[in-house]
Design a protein around this ligand. Structure first.
Ligand SMILES: C[S@@+](CC[C@H](N)C(=O)[O-])C[C@H]1O[C@@H](n2cnc3c(N)ncnc32)[C@H](O)[C@@H]1O
Length: 283
């Protein structure tokens, strides 16, 4: 049932948009001295060796993080993201969302990492233990069940990353339900939902992200979406891009992320483009 392994995709264009956004959320939480709590509902293995067989198979990182390797960025958020990635890339690795959270959080900030796949969980355990950081809790459990059990945090500031594999068409509804469940108990949660943009070849999943975005927008919370596309949306393109929906976004994240994405896509191929659109601004 759980067959997805993120190592095949580590460092690709989807990771770039997702991780830039997540770093922007973390930066803004760190502006206050008060501790915060982070939840990564679908954590993956934590870090990825880009030379291992899985990552090396399709080398998806070549059109993602590797395309940015020689960039001297002017956007602050892109500079910070690349500086962190470069520390991993110097050892042919890429930081997954858990490694980014671990690197960015302060010692009193709490990080919950949930990963259901037993093999991915044990890699996560190994990778995170090696980083020796306080206040990181690993959970081998369903991410949505974990969010229900572990939110709201005390004190009640923090953010959630929801990054499912979307292998099954039903996962789009799982996200919607998961977000609704969080808001029943934690109104202030800042939530980042990653989603794929799939061409008609995807069959039942074609258009599913767009429908999910509409349903999440109807929850009435302030939210914007930010996307990177690296190909035209032609029938056979497959995943031609992806995006993040940010619900209850921190102040000015839209501007910081937009600057970073505009600069990044300049280096990601002739068809690369980006957009950031508010879906509910005055909610
Ligand atoms: C896209 S990957 C996560 C990548 C990671 N967030 C990052 O950015 O580095 C999705 C992960 O979710 C895991 N997964 C799938 N269904 C899950 C569930 N219901 N609860 C927790 N983890 C799940 C998969 O095993 C996979 O490792």
């Amino acid at each position: 049932m759980l067959s997805y392994q993120h190592a095949f995709h580590a460092g690709n264009h989807a990771d770039v948009v997702k991780h830039l956004c997540w770093m922007g959320v973390l930066n803004s939480l760190k502006k206050k001295d008060k501790p915060f709590t982070l939840y990564d509902s679908h954590a993956g293995a934590g870090t990825y060796n880009l030379k291992d067989d899985m990552s090396a198979k399709n080398q998806e990182f070549l059109t993602g993080i590797s395309a940015l390797a020689n960039v001297t960025p002017s956007a602050d958020l892109l500079r910070e993201y690349l500086a962190l990635c470069n520390t991993f890339m110097s050892e042919s690795c890429y930081p997954g969302s858990p490694a980014i959270s671990v690197a960015e959080k302060r010692s009193d900030d709490v990080l919950h990492l949930m990963e259901l796949h037993p093999a991915e969980h044990s890699k996560l355990e190994q990778n995170i233990k090696a980083l020796r950081v306080k206040n990181v809790r690993l959970h081998k459990r369903d991410g949505y069940e974990g969010l229900r059990a572990l939110t709201p945090p005390k004190p009640n500031r923090g953010a959630i990353l929801i990054d499912p594999p979307y292998e099954r068409a039903s996962e789009y509804n799982d996200v919607l339900k998961g977000v609704k469940d969080v808001f029943k108990r934690w109104q202030q949660a800042q939530i980042v939902v990653w989603y794929p943009l799939l061409s008609a070849r995807a069959g039942a999943k074609h258009g599913a992200s767009e429908k999910m975005l509409e349903q999440l927008t109807e929850l009435g919370r302030p939210c914007f979406k930010a996307e990177i596309c690296i190909a035209e949306n032609e029938h056979d393109a497959g995943m031609y891009g992806s995006g993040v929906l940010v619900i209850n976004p921190p102040w000015q994240l839209d501007q910081q992320l937009s600057c970073a994405l505009l600069e990044a896509v300049e280096h990601m191929g002739p068809l690369a483009s980006t957009n950031l659109t508010w879906l509910n601004k005055d909610a």
